[in-house]
Design a protein around this ligand. Structure first.
Ligand code: ZN
Length: 328
């Protein structure tokens, strides 16, 4: 683009959550057999730690043939962006992986038949200690329980501070804690520009091996010799991305750092918009006055805000004063 006789070169990047990324790529859902937008891994290859999965697909191949790779079904919407410029979002890596780690803890308690009121109260109490509002409730007409979905910061606080010895024996708690700490460390390294991608690669690999650590049982006595953690079916696409691809993105985009591509600012904006929508909805008794869609209403509101900001017009005025005048 030429602006004032200066030629500007643009390099385009893309970052979003998984669902939007898959839609824009014309690609499978995250639970499909071929789930990775960047490499050709299939679900049953996840437990094989020996295979190194590098970014191996290319947008120019997809441009020529939208179904060039398994799992790709429709032409990509933004085929002017190279696939290595589709950057996994740090925020969603954190949100989805902490979700999974927490689910796995609850699942283990359920498998042992200990998911009862006593345990649920212990969890709620421990959350209270961490100053987090947390509840369980039974899903109607089922035997399943739902629980409060935590905000990002609270998820991190649980990951770093939840006392697992309240739920497990010391050895078990320490093992799970080491997995949680390992993830917290990776997440921390992920945000730092100075992190060495090769160091990250090694640490992520070690963390992956810990996640998949196998239980070893003495076949004669049935005594557990080595405690393990989880199975390959417990892995998620985000875990694969964290372990196999993040280091490569780090080294390719070290100039900017992966923080620059985080969606957290967009999520914050979305939160503001949703809050605005509900505030306004309540004020108008549940209806927008001119019957336009919520999204266009929100965009217009945004536009008005821009106008006031750009023209430096104050958004509020001092309250008008009532002056009583009486005729003498
Ligand atoms: Zn992959």
């Amino acid at each position: 683009m030429v602006i004032n006789n200066i030629l500007w070169n643009f390099e385009l990047f893309f970052s979003s959550d998984w669902k939007f990324l898959a839609i824009c790529l014309g690609f499978n859902a995250a639970n499909s057999n071929y789930f990775c937008p960047w490499c050709k891994i299939a679900k049953n290859q996840r437990e094989n730690g020996q295979i190194e999965w590098a970014i191996s697909k290319s947008m120019s191949d997809l441009k020529e043939n939208p179904t060039a790779y398994p799992g790709h079904q429709l032409p990509s919407l933004f085929n002017m962006i190279q696939l290595e410029n589709y950057i996994p979002d740090k925020l969603h890596i954190m949100l989805r992986i902490t979700d999974r780690l927490w689910e796995l803890v609850l699942q283990e308690i359920k498998n042992e038949g200990l998911f009862n009121d006593i345990t649920r109260n212990i969890i709620i109490k421990e959350m209270e200690n961490l100053k987090i509002r947390f509840e369980f409730w039974k899903i109607r007409d089922t035997n399943n329980w739902n629980y409060t979905s935590l905000m990002g910061d609270d998820k991190l606080r649980v990951l770093q501070n939840f006392n697992l010895t309240k739920l497990f024996d010391l050895e078990r708690a320490a093992l799970i804690k080491s997995l949680w700490d390992g993830f917290a460390e990776l997440y921390d390294l992920l945000g730092k520009k100075e992190t060495d991608p090769q160091l990250f690669r090694l640490k992520a690999k070690a963390w992956y091996e810990l996640f998949l650590k196998k239980t070893v049982v003495d076949p004669e006595t049935n005594i557990i010799l080595v405690q393990g953690l989880y199975r390959s079916s417990d892995l998620t696409p985000y875990i694969h991305v964290l372990v196999s691809h993040v280091w490569e993105f780090m080294s390719k985009h070290q100039r900017w750092g992966l923080n620059s591509f985080s969606c957290s600012a967009v999520e914050k904006k979305n939160h503001d918009h949703v809050s605005y929508f509900f505030r306004k909805t309540l004020k108008n008794g549940g209806k927008f006055q001119n019957k336009t869609s919520a999204i266009s209403e929100i965009l217009k509101h945004e536009n008005r805000l821009f106008f006031y900001t750009q023209n430096n017009i104050p958004l509020s005025y001092p309250k008008p004063q009532h002056i009583h005048m009486s005729q003498l």
